[in-house]
Design a protein around this ligand. Structure first.
Ligand SMILES: Nc1nc2c(c(=O)[nH]1)N[C@H]1C(S)=C(S)[C@@H](COP(=O)(O)OP(=O)(O)OC[C@H]3O[C@@H](n4cnc5c(=O)[nH]c(N)nc54)[C@H](O)[C@@H]3O)O[C@H]1N2
Ligand SMILES: Nc1nc2c(c(=O)[nH]1)N[C@H]1C(S)=C(S)[C@@H](COP(=O)(O)OP(=O)(O)OC[C@H]3O[C@@H](n4cnc5c(=O)[nH]c(N)nc54)[C@H](O)[C@@H]3O)O[C@H]1N2
Ligand code: SF4
Ligand SMILES: [Mo]
Length: 741
């Protein structure tokens, strides 16, 4: 195993095996060197392939653990909410206050008025969501949020078309591909499962042709792609439909595959050819919408149909747009039309980051269990949801869509929400930073109707500044947990505690146990951290607990890469797709019965709001995308000096757009629309297409005295409206850019 091949510890040093499992979709091996109770340095996997090599964020984690802005003590607000004035308090006072407020609000207003959100951060099977969810549910329940920030559009499409949220081949199967589309996909920055770039490197070495379709020439394109096809944000469905048009016109589709494994191709063909609405979805039609030349669309369609196997890696960023679910449904349809589903080197065309840990059949790792949430079971059912699935139940009632969190707090029942929200409990999340329309989030947090805000975090983030009580949580290097990989190296990981929690910070599990005692919840936990982890591992596919803890990782070897839907394709009689028809649903009767024009039964191009044709474009002519960058995981690691050196927070703007505005490279610019404004340096570059600008998401909101953000926080600009099926439209925003004098 890789571990033995790593550097030996120095004198007086011990080494601790852990797994970074940050909010980035990766899970990577860390070898932490510890001396005198402190971390001296961090190495990663340098052993045999497949390695689980950590990225720069994992390797810089020492600076995060010892950051001067870590919250080390419980604190309570002393100034106005959001002013950032706090006073240190004892844990006793913190727990009494939080438990007291939970009880008071529950008694006075009822459990639905308690709104709870837990997000990414340092993930594991005990700490984080699992132990908090158990606490909240056992305490009487709470209102919750539905909708993944990341890929709700993709989840919807997968549940409709395939009937499962688990539609992806393992990454190392890319070596079998002859043609790979990186469709809004940038794993050189976003990782999206440890080793994705390694798989791309091997595919390229093996001769695959790699094409990036993206408004910007991203680092993955620069490293691996032979071609870059710039496309206007939010228009990808039009290009996919035009590719389908070419295939149909030239009879290039794999009709046998379509006949055998799909339903509804006829209706789709009719729509594509213009039978349904009189508009043939020709390459010329798509050129007008997407900015991609018609002949490029034509030749890519022919190449996709002719080059087998081919992987259409449908990035989730193109789905984080208004009507983004249509993009994913269209991409799946193209994968089916080319017969690339269920084969080595192909890809189902579904969102390429929808794996969650343990998605491969051989990996199982339960999380700390929770009873049902009593609030949820009493609420009325939702309309317009994706088909139900045991792991991704989109029908869960009483939940607020994630894009509407601020609106729900501000308007409650009078705004049509299930409750008036009085207590906000935030764990692992940076609400007025990562959520759309930040200024509305700030207004919601300042709203006096919101009586109490508790935040559990490691840093004094823009969100933590709005807490009434702040609970300091330790990092994953200060407690134990277990995880399963989400990459192509299949493994179980043990996150060994390397050092004692800094200051008075505590693990999630310890915080929850203490809160449960304060709340008088019986039976919250009859086990220690170690006993819980033993039980979780016992019920998993991992080896015995002690050897996993000792080795840090346990790798599983498969004879060949896992291919999604292999059985459904090889033996359809015995393995139907888990959809109502048992086939891939290009046409969905479920959606037809739902009858909503914005959720059509076949994938359709629906023009986004704030497109370049929107009248608003007269005032705000540039389309903004807000991408994820290497040096941060969202807003995490923002203050780590080593990482700040790597990338500057800047807006990419094309020379033609910059020149028209008198902007030179490096100038400070103000980016604005009716929702807000932010100031940051401009990078004038051909790597972004004209008419589009890009700001890396996650910079910490830093308002000046006029309320203008000075740090390049993109969510002061975004609109807080979910797409029809819940896609989170971080890439559908119009802005204007001006030089900042
Ligand atoms: N380093 C790092 N890694 C991360 C994260 C992080 O914050 N930092 N976050 C993690 C999480 S939770 C997530 S959800 C993922 C996000 O992963 P992604 O959504 O894949 O990441 P992005 O960088 O936002 O977008 C990828 C590419 O899509 C392009 N794009 C944007 N809009 C469109 C569009 O409309 N059409 C097309 N064709 N392309 C478009 C962008 O220009 C970019 O090059 O990353 C994960 N990994
Ligand atoms: N404009 C724009 N906005 C976006 C996106 C975009 O592309 N563009 N992407 C969206 C996506 S895909 C996502 S997933 C979200 C992410 O949104 P969030 O999940 O809210 O973002 P993070 O920055 O990961 O916030 C995690 C917080 O948890 C803290 N933390 C870290 N580890 C721990 C821990 O162990 N315990 C506790 N209690 N706290 C911890 C961190 O300090 C940080 O404040 O952002 C979304 N917002
Ligand atoms: S931040 Fe993500 S990619 Fe980087 S080491 Fe941690 S888990 Fe791996
Ligand atoms: Mo995400």
């Amino acid at each position: 195993m890789a571990i033995q091949e790593m550097e030996k510890p120095g004198a007086g040093e011990k080494t601790v095996m852990s797994v970074c499992c940050s909010h980035c979709g990766g899970a990577c091996l860390l070898k932490v060197h510890v001396k005198d109770g402190g971390i001296t340095r961090i190495e990663t996997d340098a052993g045999r392939e497949p390695q689980m090599r950590a990225c720069l964020k994992g390797r810089a984690y020492r600076q995060r653990v010892y950051a001067p802005d870590r919250i080390l003590y419980p604190m309570k607000r002393v100034g106005e909410r959001g002013e950032g004035k706090f006073e240190r308090i004892s844990w006793d006072e913190a727990l009494e206050t939080v438990a007291g407020e939970l009880n008071r609000v529950r008694e006075k207003y009822g459990s639905p008025s308690i709104l709870f959100k837990v997000s990414g951060g340092d993930q594991g099977s005990l700490h984080g969501r699992p132990c908090f969810q158990r606490l909240m549910n056992m305490a009487g329940g709470c209102s919750e949020i539905w909708g993944f920030f990341s890929y709700e559009g993709a989840i919807f499409a997968q549940l409709v078309n395939y009937g499962t949220p688990l539609p992806s081949n393992m990454r190392d199967d890319l070596i079998n591909s002859r043609l790979i589309f990186l469709w809004g996909f940038d794993p050189a920055e976003t990782v999206l499962q440890t080793n994705t770039t390694w798989a791309l490197a091997r595919a390229r070495e093996a001769g695959a042709r790699i094409i990036s379709i993206d408004p910007q020439y991203n680092n993955t394109a620069a490293t691996f792609a032979g071609e870059w096809v710039p496309i206007r944000p939010g228009t990808d469905t039009a290009m996919l439909l035009a590719m389908a048009h070419v295939m149909i016109q030239e009879s290039l589709q794999d009709q046998q595959f379509l006949d055998k494994y799909t339903v509804g191709f006829e209706q789709f063909r009719d729509y594509v050819l213009g039978g349904e609405d009189g508009v043939p979805k020709t390459p010329a039609w798509a050129e007008e919408i997407t900015g991609v030349p018609a002949d490029t669309i034509e030749s890519l369609a022919r190449d996709y149909a002719a080059t087998k196997p081919a992987a259409l890696m449908a990035g989730i960023a193109a789905g984080r747009t208004a009507y983004g679910e249509q993009f994913h449904r269209a991409a799946i349809t193209l994968a089916a039309m080319t017969g690339n589903v269920g084969v080595h080197g192909g890809d189902s065309g579904a969102g390429s980051y929808t794996g969650y840990r343990g998605r491969f059949p051989s990996l199982t790792l339960p999380a700390m269990p929770s009873p049902p949430n009593p609030v949820e079971s009493k609420a009325p059912p939702r309309e317009y949801a994706a088909p139900s699935h045991p792991d991704f139940n989109r029908l869960r009632p009483g939940h607020i869509n994630i894009a509407k969190l601020a609106d729900a707090i501000l308007h409650g029942k009078s705004g049509g929400y299930p409750a008036d929200y009085k207590l906000l409990f935030l764990v692992n999340t940076n609400f007025p930073n990562q959520y759309l329309n930040l200024n509305k989030a700030v207004a919601a947090l300042k709203n006096p109707g919101l009586e109490f805000v508790v935040v559990c975090d490691q840093f004094m983030t823009p969100c933590a500044r709005f807490a009434d009580v702040l609970l300091p949580v330790c990092t994953f290097l200060e407690r134990n947990d277990v995880t399963a990989s989400s990459g192509d190296a299949l493994y179980y990981g043990y996150m060994n505690q390397a050092i004692e929690p800094r200051g008075e910070s505590k693990s999630h599990f310890d915080i929850c146990t203490a809160l449960a005692a304060q709340l008088g919840i019986e039976g919250y936990s009859d086990k220690t951290e170690d006993e819980w982890l033993r039980e979780l591992v016992k019920n998993s596919g991992a080896p015995d607990y002690d050897s996993l803890k000792r080795d840090g990782i346990y790798k599983l070897r498969l004879a060949e890469p896992y291919v999604a839907f292999e059985e459904e394709i090889a033996d359809p009689g015995n393995h139907p797709f888990p959809t109502p028809s048992g086939k891939i649903e290009i046409y969905s009767q479920y959606l037809a019965d739902m009858g909503h024009p914005l959720l059509p039964p076949i994938p359709k191009y629906i023009e986004t709001w704030e497109s370049r044709n929107d009248p608003l474009a007269q005032k705000y002519p540039l389309q903004l995308v807000t991408k994820h960058v290497l040096r941060r995981a969202h807003s995490q690691n923002e203050t780590v000096p080593w990482l700040r050196e790597v990338q500057r927070q800047e807006i990419r703007i094309n020379p033609s757009d910059a020149e028209a505005r008198g902007i030179r490279d490096g100038d400070n610019v103000r980016v604005f629309n009716d929702r807000g404004a932010t100031v940051l340096p401009a990078r004038v570059t051909e790597t972004i297409m004209p008419g589009t600008v890009s700001i890396p998401q996650g910079a910490w909101y830093t308002p000046d005295e006029n309320g203008i953000d000075r740090a390049g926080c993109s969510n002061v600009l975004t609109r807080d409206e979910p797409s029809m099926a819940g896609a989170y439209p971080t890439n559908t925003t119009l802005v204007e850019v001006r030089r900042q004098e």
